[in-house]
Design a protein. Structure first.
Lengths: 360, 311
């Protein structure tokens, strides 16, 4: 088996607030292999963004604190690195793009300044070479007239353009891993499709791995190789994208799929999961999902003991007492060196814009 | 840009004319005479002669004489109190003293204010934050004559570090400049702290950190420029106010600045000097606000002062 690029081992993160200790990330385990796209799905507040920020050790400290666990980048534990070593990991080996392209760029510096800042920091190049690299990376993300764009300010660009500039900035130092924290949430649908397609293309070209944080199952279906479903700061199900969509094991995953509207299906109301996401300050006892679970039965197991993920099917991890094979399943670490085989739902030959105009 | 500045400069005479007329009106409405006092009445005939000499026998003759002098010669006439002095000469002598002191004070206030405010924001909730807020609150609350007296009591006499008063060299300037800088310093520290906290929480700070920049670089390069904007807009009126001098600080340190004339001219009903000092202050205020607006567009590229309407 290949060595994973990044391996998270039992990561625990706490936020010490005035109302007590919150645990936004609990025992999170997964790995990312070179060239792979791993998606973390879940509702807002489930801990997926904190997990992503913890990898770069960028959670606000205080109040945040990484309690325990390992974050292994090619075998090296990032949690034992010094701040200086961490700085050469950030931006160079692991780059990150964020949800809000509107506010994620500094309004008082030009796009060029901001891209070149990363290049000059991590590569031994002259100012002129840095400018050339920046121009090339803007061209790579499909921005027309990159030389002119370099001297523009963020407010002179559209949202989609800014997200492209963010991606150009992230990729300018050829990172091995790109963490994309809801990269398309703030964009409208056509731009969303373009940005995701761009990420897929860049991944094909560079062979980088992507950790995709999203709450959009459509985005997962089209982009991910393997998927971790997060609920109440824990990964409750982990499998390949095909296996997860064909055989969801955890009742929360089932609920998520049920609440996706289907084309052609007429119904009065969209199916929902009853109840709301638990407040991290007051997690329920036992299985954190049990108050909302349709599988909850008379026995008190669910309310008393929290199930930990087990390999309930080959290469499929889930944490629920009510999976038939759960009790007999082995407790193994979720690791999947898997690449999707399905053709993407969108035809890569057709550009989204062309599709839009074809519909008209 | 040049067109906008030219346009703003063309507005100046109009604004100044309005201020002149308003001040003139107020000066004439206020009871009392510049010549003679209630306790030392001047002979009515002498007073009348004096009034005629100063074109102050009626508001009509005042208005017929002085504005034209101001416009054509830039001459505010003679001071009605210090009759051997012209208003222009009084300003010429005292303004440079006040401006020098003001520049000194505002530089201290801005540098230390921004520094303290930034450090407080970075150590939010820490000891330094608490300490700086307390000092800022004290700086705002304590009147400057108390501060001035405290400074005098501490640094002169016993230790003889600085002279008690006077004007001229650098050493004489230090204590009054510190006394004068305290209020703007405290205000700037609070402004910086608030806007810095705001900026520190913004998304681009996280982006800059994710690039691999150190915390110091992020604060120094990415945050300070954004956080400085509110301070910049405060610096316009603050500069105008400190550069024309402070009555209290000038009195305590016996500095022959312009500040004393603001108070004394009103006390003496010295109509010509009142108008002169008010006009100087207005010119300063207009100029510094224009400079701040120009500086704004350099600090923040999003601000376009040439834009006719917000779009």
């Amino acid at each position: 088996m290949r060595q994973p690029l990044l391996e998270l081992v039992d990561l625990n993160v706490a936020f010490d607030t005035e109302r007590g200790r919150l645990r936004p990330v609990r025992d999170v385990c997964f790995s990312i292999f070179p060239g792979q796209t791993v998606a973390l799905v879940g509702e807002s507040g489930c801990g997926k963004s904190v997990t992503a920020l913890s990898i770069l050790r960028l959670i606000p400290q205080p109040p945040g604190r990484i309690l325990s666990g390992k974050i292994l980048l090619q075998g090296r534990d990032l949690l034992t690195c010094t701040e200086n070593q961490m700085r050469s990991v950030r931006g160079k080996e692991i780059a990150m793009i964020f949800q809000e392209p509107m506010t994620s760029l500094n309004p008082v510096f030009t796009i060029g300044d901001q891209i070149m800042e990363a290049i000059l920091l991590h590569q031994r190049v002259t100012h002129r070479q840095a400018k050339e690299i920046a121009e090339q990376s803007l061209r790579d993300v499909g921005i027309a007239d990159p030389a002119r764009r370099l001297s523009e300010y963020p407010h002179q660009m559209s949202g989609g353009m800014r997200q492209r500039a963010m991606i150009a900035m992230a990729l300018s130092c050829s990172p091995q891993l790109l963490i994309a924290d809801e990269p398309t949430t703030a964009l409208d649908v056509t731009i969303q499709a373009q940005i995701l397609e761009l990420l897929r293309k860049l991944q094909r070209d560079t062979g980088m791995a992507i950790l995709l944080i999203t709450h959009d199952l459509g985005v997962v279906a089209e982009n991910a190789d393997t998927v971790g479903v997060m609920y109440a700061s824990r990964i409750v199900e982990y499998a390949t994208v095909e296996d997860l969509f064909d055989h969801p094991q955890h009742p929360y995953t089932e609920g998520l799929f049920r609440s996706v509207p289907r084309l052609g299906q007429l119904s009065e109301r969209l199916a929902t999961i009853p109840g709301t996401v638990p407040n991290p300050a007051r997690f329920p006892s036992g299985c954190k999902f049990h108050p909302r679970c349709h599988r909850m039965q008379a026995d008190r197991t669910c309310a008393n003991t929290e199930p930990l993920p087990r390999e309930v099917r080959p290469s499929h991890w889930a944490a629920c007492h009510h999976i038939d094979t759960f009790a007999a399943s082995p407790v193994t670490r979720p690791t999947l060196d898997h690449r999707r085989e399905v053709v993407p739902l969108t035809d890569p030959a057709l550009h989204p814009q062309q599709r839009a105009s074809a519909r008209d | 840009m040049i067109r906008v500045i030219a346009f703003r400069l063309l507005q100046f005479p109009l604004v100044l004319a309005v201020i002149y007329l308003t001040t003139f009106m107020l000066v004439w409405v206020v009871p009392g005479s510049p010549f003679g006092r209630a306790e030392r009445k001047l002979d009515p005939i002498a007073e009348q002669a004096m009034k005629e000499r100063f074109h102050a026998d009626s508001w009509k003759s005042f208005l017929a004489y002085y504005p034209i002098q101001v416009i054509t010669k830039g001459d505010f006439g003679r001071s009605m109190q210090y009759q051997e002095w012209s208003v222009t000469d009084i300003i010429k002598v005292s303004l440079p003293v006040s401006v020098t002191l003001g520049i000194f004070a505002l530089t201290i206030g801005t540098i230390f204010g921004v520094m303290i405010g930034t450090l407080a924001a970075v150590n939010r909730g820490g000891l330094f934050d608490w300490l700086s807020l307390t000092i800022a609150l004290i700086g705002i609350s304590i009147p400057s004559f108390v501060v001035a007296a405290l400074l005098l009591a501490t640094f002169t006499g016993r230790f003889g570090l600085f002279p008690i008063g006077g004007c001229g060299g650098f050493r004489e300037m230090v204590l009054p400049a510190v006394a004068l800088s305290l209020a703007p310093l405290a205000y700037i520290a609070r402004l910086t702290r608030i806007s810095m906290l705001d900026v520190l929480g913004s998304d681009f700070v996280r982006t800059a950190r994710a690039k691999g920049l150190s915390r110091f670089t992020v604060i120094w390069k990415h945050c300070l420029r954004n956080a400085f904007l509110p301070v910049l807009s405060y610096l316009g009126p603050a500069a105008a106010a400190t550069f024309v001098g402070s009555f209290v600080v000038e009195t305590v340190f016996s500095i022959p600045g312009l500040g004393q004339h603001f108070v004394n001219s009103v006390k003496n009903r010295d109509q010509t000097l009142i108008l002169g000092t008010v006009m100087i202050y207005s010119v300063f205020l207009l100029t510094f606000n224009l400079l701040v607006d120009i500086a704004y567009s350099f600090v923040d590229p999003r601000i376009d002062i040439t834009a006719k309407s917000s779009s």
